[in-house]
Design a protein. Sequence first.
Length: 648
Amino acid sequence: MATTLVFLFTSCLFVKASGTDNLISDEAIAVEFLHNYNEQVIKAFYTGSLAEWKYQTNLTEENKQEMVQADLVYAEFEQAAFRNASRFNVSAFSSEIQRQFRLLMYIGDAALEDKSKLKRLQDVKAELQRLYATTMVCGKPGDEDQSKCYSFDPDIAELFATSRDYSELAWAWVGWHNASGLPLKELYSEFVELNTLAIEANGHTDMLSLWQWIYEVDDLEEQVLEMYDTLKPLYLNLHAYVRRKLIGVYGEDYVNPKGAIPAHLLGNMWAQQWHNVYYLAEPYPGRQPIDITPTLKAEGYTPLQMFQIAEEFFRFLGLLPASEEFWQNSLLVKPDDGREVVCHASAWDFIVGNDVRMKMCTVATMEDFIVIHHEMGHIQYFLQYRDQPFVYKDGANPAFHEAVGDVMALSVSTPEHLYKLGLVDSFENDPENDINFLMKMALQKIAFLPFGLMVDLWRWKVFSGEITPENYNTMWWQLRMQYQGIVPPVERLDEFFDPGAKHHIPANTPYIRYFLSFVIQFQFHKALCIEAGQLDDGKPLHRCDIHKSLKAGKKLADMLKLGKSKPWMDAMEVLTGQRIMDATPLVEYFRPLIDWLEVENEKNGDTLGWDPTWRPPPPQRYTSTGSQIVTSYSLILSVTSWMYFIVQ
Ligand SMILES: *[C@@H]1O[C@H](CO)[C@@H](O)[C@H](O)[C@H]1NC(C)=O
Ligand SMILES: *[C@@H]1O[C@H](CO)[C@@H](O)[C@H](O)[C@H]1NC(C)=O
Ligand SMILES: *[C@@H]1O[C@H](CO)[C@@H](O)[C@H](O)[C@H]1NC(C)=O
Ligand SMILES: *[C@@H]1O[C@H](CO)[C@@H](O)[C@H](O)[C@H]1NC(C)=O
Ligand SMILES: [Zn+2]
């Protein structure tokens, strides 16, 4: 699914578009139309994607103009296809043909009839992304040159991963939130207004109801809240444990044993994944290492080698090899020829032949090694459903697409597998090593859950009108407090716009897919482990490695091949035998750690949860000349390309 596109569909358009009552109800003509459409759309899509690729891998004004032009051409094609499809009365067609029509008639914002409003909506979207992508934080206290500026990647991200200086982190946190969020506030509320018009013009009441249509369920919010209820005890235990460890570093004045955790101390700008603070949370220090970064660096692994290792894992399961075009056309390292490129890792499906590609500025770290597996999961999905009609070339639902590569990574990151790969030099199955390993995983997977949930809880309320521009920020922090137990380092009143400091808000990228992916990937993992016979002798789920299991690979491929041709419940059933998204395999995976945490937290007299009224004291030195936006290039992510991003 195009991550930047909001899909729209209307049931009343048949009437509107025809203007006559002689709609075509001959199914043979409809089949012929779909056939022609598929031939044409592939060409149109390819041209558009190519222009987009060219821009993102070489950010020049000329390439941007070409891309915008190509976008317009593609939009016109989509509108034409929509008009043509509207001439049919589909109500007596087979459900299969009806499904194709329904998906084909997703044409996004183009359904907005008022051309000036449509144009304004496109401009606002582009401007939101440009502002975000070009944000810099300037005037770091202690810098001799106070006009020196820092971009998020790599400077601010690196600082967050490594610094333990409370005030320095607070400066970076506030600087980033001031500089990226604030300038977007007015534009964002205009975007909400315009986008709401587009949604309404298509017969949906708000964004949530639109997304429910995409997910083919009518209770998406209830489903995710219910899943979170199952998972909440895991988070509360992890939260309490990490809070105690942070007190060890920063002291009780700054981290209150009964308070929420200051948002800037968890190794990540959004406190969304906490693996960067593993060093302080390690349950049993001095045990076997689980970080492969030192080996990757010491032995000089190249990005290409890292990709080859990942690709081999897929192949050994009997899945499809990456295509020749993949190896030829992908951009795997940041170019050193002076080009500016969008480094955010993404996987691309050009639809034509086997032209699939990756764009990633890979470095030799464990984090990137895992990201490679995530993105290769998208590539595998693309290749598996390549014979489907265009409208079915998509994940069963958006979370499925995000989960595939992560499932592979669950096997690959087991200490035993890393040992087999020669990436760690010792390996021993014992309970203490297990707890260390599960802690590392929990800091990525469990820590993420409340954030993955609250982003869209906020966005759905914004689009339903329950949250208004006057309380964007207050409600954002209310939800972050409620779900994450996170408090900003300084007071953030409603003059600010902190949601805008997260890429997926200005980019309008749906987020709940990541929450759901983190849940269902364990469901997939368990089903594949059973298929691989890994759990037969009572092996715990977290030690399972499906390496070289052709049976598991076949089962996965059977699901992936379906693409979006069936509702996701059918695809889920092929792999897991279940027709629901189920959080219990995630709980099972982390069971040993949960038990351990409960004991540990009780021993320390920690109470789970937090007092929402506690606030941290102001950071000690806190001087800054303020921040500014520096425009180095324009970034417009257009609607044409099928790109898949990572969660960051
Ligand atoms: C980048 O694009 C420009 C055109 O805007 C072109 O002249 C240049 O050769 C391209 N650079 C590379 C490395 O492709
Ligand atoms: C729409 O119909 C016209 C007229 O039949 C045809 O020329 C055109 O190729 C069709 N376009 C699409 C995208 O279906
Ligand atoms: C579509 O066809 C059905 C019969 O298959 C008919 O009842 C209905 O009135 C038609 N709708 C339109 C808008 O022509
Ligand atoms: C953030 O904005 C506030 C209000 O404008 C200002 O007082 C503060 O100094 C800014 N902080 C940074 C680090 O930019
Ligand atoms: Zn992804």
